[in-house]
Design a protein around this ligand. Structure first.
Ligand code: SF4
Length: 139
């Protein structure tokens, strides 16, 4: 099976703070499958490390109010194209991210509060009925 994965879960240092979210569970789960590591934020041209961003009333912004919505959407579209062009059947995504969050995201107040919702990339996948799971769903 072709599986796309948030690149930070595979140990790529593409998180906003320059780190990663390496997951042993993901590494085990994808063994024997064709894997496509994707980081929509890097694909959108954003640097690493970068300022944290949250979705504020539908627009992705930094804490100072500046918009990075264009970069987030461009990166999500490029990541989606990779998924579609390679017949990816499952996408495993990192929790809470404004790009990759599946079931919840930060509320836009930069206070660490979560609300139900999806990141920009996850929403695009959902709109196309592409199967996706949050990494926490892997047993
Ligand atoms: S955009 Fe997705 S892949 Fe990139 S660092 Fe954030 S959660 Fe990980």
């Amino acid at each position: 099976m072709n599986i796309a994965v948030s690149a930070c879960l595979l140990g790529e240092n593409c998180k906003y703070n320059g780190g990663n979210n390496l997951s042993e569970k993901v590494a085990e789960f994808v063994k024997g499958h064709k894997v496509f590591p994707l980081c929509p934020e890097v694909m959108g041209g954003l640097p690493t490390p970068r300022e944290p961003a949250e979705i504020v009333a539908g627009i992705v912004r930094h804490k100072d109010g500046s918009s990075v919505d264009e970069e987030f959407r461009k990166g999500a579209e490029l990541a989606l194209k990779t998924v579609e062009d390679n017949d990816v059947e499952l996408v495993i995504l990192q929790s809470r991210s404004p790009s990759c969050g599946v079931g919840s995201v930060y509320d836009g107040s930069f206070s660490g509060k979560l609300i139900p919702g999806q990141g920009i990339f996850a929403r695009m996948l959902a709109e196309r009925n592409i199967r996706m799971i949050d990494v926490s769903e892997l047993k």
